[in-house]
Design a protein around this ligand. Structure first.
Ligand code: MRU
Length: 344
């Protein structure tokens, strides 16, 4: 494995993704050769995490342009719009996906040739990827300013290098605090059903040598009640303009417990995760995934046949449960609505 961890790389007209389905047992790459491979990779969670999904989608548009490059401009543009629609609908909740596709679509203009468009799309996707790394480092700095010299931090899901291009959002803040010599200890929720905490966050923490313990999701309340957690850091997949934030299922439950015991609850997310089109979290589409994610763990059946399952992948944390939102443009304090709209 190369260091630092980079979730994706575009080279020789192919997109190489760390296959996050295989970690931690296997470190292997999934190669996207065309845009349909990208659609599959996002939907099947080869790659996941809002910022990483956005950047992957942008490279998916580049792969589509490579496929249709020989078409006359009119048909080229038609095929490209269809490809954008297909990639755009690969997962519904993380707004970074729609944001990246919208940004790539602005380059689909009839006044350029397919070759010129391809060239511009590739440059734009590279720019989106570079911006993501810089954004994460900035959030790391802002977030670090809120972390005491000695702190025990609870986190949920995976918000690290694997969920972004490099470094991470909430896990990026943890990295920054650690790099700044702070005495930190991390509790990582395992994050059922897909185990992003156990498989991915724990893996990144071990790679970094950051002191940590993995816990089953249902341990968090006890740790919080017992005064063992100084603060909670989580990411987001979509933030409404009133601050309501969609994130991995279980985040809302944590925020309720944090509020009950007066533990600071921080969201760390780039401004590309803010959906300026929606006012509240009730407008966020919550993805429901296959029942097999709950009835099976890594291919082993743990529930009876024929049991019905409810498996939402995300939930919405209401703004009143959030202490601050850390972005690359600074820390957003309350009142969220007023301060979020200033970032538009
Ligand atoms: O279903 P996933 O693994 O894509 O969900 C990821 C999360 O919920 C993350 O917390 C979120 O995308 C922020 S990642 C920087």
């Amino acid at each position: 494995m190369n260091y630092p961890i980079r979730s994706l790389e575009f080279k020789n007209n192919k997109l190489y993704l760390i296959d996050q389905r295989a970690l931690p047992q296997k470190y292997e790459k999934f190669i996207c050769r065309n845009y349909k491979d990208v659609e599959f990779a996002i939907a099947d969670m080869v790659v996941r995490g809002a910022p990483a999904i956005g950047v992957t989608a942008a490279y998916g548009v580049v792969l589509a342009a490579l496929e249709f490059i020989e078409f006359p401009i009119k048909q080229f543009l038609e095929q490209m719009q269809t490809a954008c629609d297909i990639i755009n609908s690969s997962r519904p909740t993380a707004v970074n996906l729609m944001w990246a596709i919208t940004r790539m679509r602005t380059l689909l203009v009839e006044s350029d040739s397919p070759e010129e468009i391809l060239c511009k799309l590739k440059a734009e996707a590279d720019k989106i990827a570079d911006e993501d790394v810089k954004t994460n480092k900035k959030m790391g700095q802002y977030g670090n300013s809120l972390i005491p010299q000695k702190a025990t931090i609870l986190t949920h899901c995976n918000t690290g290098a694997l969920a972004t291009v490099e470094y991470g959002t909430a896990l990026g803040v943890i990295r920054a605090a650690f790099e700044n010599g702070k005495d930190i200890f991390v509790y990582a929720d395992e994050t059922r059903p897909r185990l992003q905490g156990a498989r991915l966050t724990a893996w990144e923490l071990v790679q970094e040598g950051i002191p940590a313990k993995l816990i089953a999701d249902n341990v968090a309340a006890t740790l919080i009640r017992d005064g063992k957690i100084d603060l909670i850091l989580v990411g987001a997949d979509r933030i409404a303009t009133n601050g309501d934030s969609a994130n991995k299922i279980g985040t809302f439950m944590l925020s309720v417990i944090a509020k009950a015991y007066d533990v600071p609850f921080y969201i760390v997310a780039p401004t590309t995760t803010i959906d300026f089109e929606i006012e509240t979290g009730s407008e966020i589409e919550i993805e429901e995934r296959s029942s097999k994610e709950v009835t099976h763990i890594r291919g082993v059946q743990v529930a009876p046949d024929n049991i019905e399952v409810y498996n939402p992948a995300f939930d919405v944390t209401p703004n009143e449960n959030i202490t601050v939102i850390i972005t690359e443009k600074g820390i957003i304090y309350k009142p969220f609505k007023e301060n979020i709209l200033k970032l538009k």
